[in-house]
Design a protein around this ligand. Structure first.
Ligand SMILES: *Cc1c(COP(=O)(O)O)cnc(C)c1O
Length: 465
């Protein structure tokens, strides 16, 4: 057996990685050429790679490490739970304390009237559950044809066949037979990219009304649900104009369409409330959760379900579940993570300490000649890059070229900031301090300056015509 430690030279690790490891969302041949960056450990908001770099993680892993790295409480709880009961299922009339306690705690944190939880292993799985749950709900109520689900272009709801179909990523749909039938996508409320000369308010309203048009086109009697992220994450941190969500709520109410809020990123403090639904003022029937639920320490997801839907589903045998639904170790770690978030009063930190510091700093960064604006909600933000601030123009080059250049400059300055197309994405651990935010901002400024200089030198600051 090969035993791999962090002490192997980086090049050897990279060669083994290239030989045997297929990375997600990656052209593996290209990665093999340059070698993957090997992350060896992490503490607080910092990552350490196999070459000894200390890198500030402004992405909280993949939007998930809300309490930061290296929390011993989570390690201890996992270890204790593994000794006591490492695994048991919740299928055959059995249950266990971690799943019970976590479900009860989630019901306490969730908005009123949402008191039931169906566990999954990830956000993708939870959204697959949601597809079957809303269709089963309507079928049991005598409306089996009410099965169509409306989502949005450029939404991200996961990568399995069902959740990837709910998502609106065209480059994902291009591979492997997606979307599955009876899923529809309306336009997203992305004013910065698509709003043209409209005011954000008019644009938000118009984009919400596309839901009404789609419902009328399909027939309200055929539409089961609408799904949306309160703030789109992977699509580029898109904060809808204020007019958008109230109109979506009105339309869902009017036509009796279930509302699913995908809280996988927005949940657990990221937007300044326990759930993004509270921040944008909607009343969902189902909330998808994952990521920050366990701060990414162990894989766990789920659906928090309102009483009205749960009552119908609980009256029948719902022929659905996962081996790891409510996994005791994952549930115990998630519960401890929720305890830490509450004990440290994370909402206060986000709303009154880290959030305002991040916003003030990013507003200054947004004055940079390469930055065309700022999208921010709590501790998630994006900076769209542009060759012309005034017109919010796109670059003449292939979309994503400049974003990628900037991401590489971030890496070179020991900063993880992701790019989505030509937007730079920020979603740090919620526990980040104002001092650490200053370090992040300094490195981000440097990366932007270097990107700008390279673009000037290559005569690449041209707008698409
Ligand atoms: C990441 C994400 C998912 C998918 O979660 P996985 O755990 O990767 O399956 C679903 N919805 C949103 C909004 C996400 O950001």
């Amino acid at each position: 057996m090969t035993s791999i430690t962090n002490h192997l030279p980086t090049a050897e690790l990279q060669a083994l990685d290239a030989a045997h490891h297929m990375h997600p969302f990656t052209t593996n041949d290209e990665l093999s050429e340059k070698g993957a960056r090997v992350i060896t450990r992490a503490k607080g908001v910092y990552l350490y790679d196999s070459d000894g770099h200390e890198i500030i993680d402004a992405m909280a892993g993949l939007w998930c490490v809300n309490v930061g790295y290296g929390r011993e409480e989570l390690v201890n709880v996992a270890s204790r739970q593994m000794m006591e009961l490492p695994y048991y299922n919740t299928f055959f009339n059995t249950t266990h304390t971690p799943a019970i306690a976590l479900a009860a705690e989630l019901a306490k944190l969730a908005p009123e009237g949402m008191n039931q939880v169906f566990f999954a292993g990830s956000g993708s799985e939870a959204n697959d559950t949601n597809i079957r749950m809303v269709r089963t709900y309507w079928a049991e109520k005598g409306h089996p044809q009410k099965k169509h689900i409306i989502s949005r272009k450029n939404a991200y709801h996961g990568s399995s066949l069902g959740s990837g179909s709910l998502g609106g990523m065209s480059y994902m749909h291009a591979q492997g037979g997606m979307p599955i039938p009876d899923i529809h996508h309306i336009n997203q409320p992305d004013w910065w990219s698509e709003g043209g000369d409209h005011t954000p308010e008019d644009f938000g309203l118009a984009r919400a009304q596309e839901l009404e048009a789609k419902i009328l086109e399909l027939g309200a009697e055929n539409v089961a649900a609408f799904i949306g992220e309160p703030v789109q994450g992977a699509g580029g941190v898109i904060v809808a104009p204020d007019t958008y969500w109230p109109e979506i709520q009105r339309i869902c109410d009017k036509y009796e369409i279930l509302l699913i809020a995908d809280e996988v990123i927005c949940g657990f403090g990221r937007t300044g409330n326990w759930f993004g639904s509270t921040t944008v003022g909607i009343r969902p029937h189902i909330m998808t959760i994952a990521k920050g639920l366990s701060s990414g320490y162990v894989p766990i997801g789920g659906s928090i379900v309102c009483d009205e839907v749960a009552e119908v589903i609980n009256a029948v045998e719902f022929n659905h579940g996962y081996t790891y639904s409510g996994h005791p170790v994952c549930a115990a770690v998630a519960l401890e993570n929720l305890r830490i978030l509450q004990e440290t009063d994370i909402l206060h930190h986000v709303n009154h300490v880290a959030g305002p510091a991040l916003k003030a700093g990013l507003e200054k960064l947004a004055e940079h000649p390469l930055v065309g604006g700022l999208n921010i909600c709590g501790m998630m933000a994006s900076l769209p890059l542009t060759p012309d601030k005034a017109s919010r123009a796109k670059f003449a080059m292939e979309p994503g070229t400049v974003g990628f250049m900037c991401r590489e400059r971030c890496f070179a300055n020991n900063l993880v900031m992701r790019h989505v197309g030509d937007r730079m994405i920020i979603s740090p651990p919620l526990v980040i301090t104002p001092e650490e935010i200053d370090i992040f901002l300094e490195r981000a400024q440097k990366a932007l300056d270097e990107t700008y200089a390279a673009l000037e030198e290559g005569d690449m600051l041209r707008a698409a015509s």
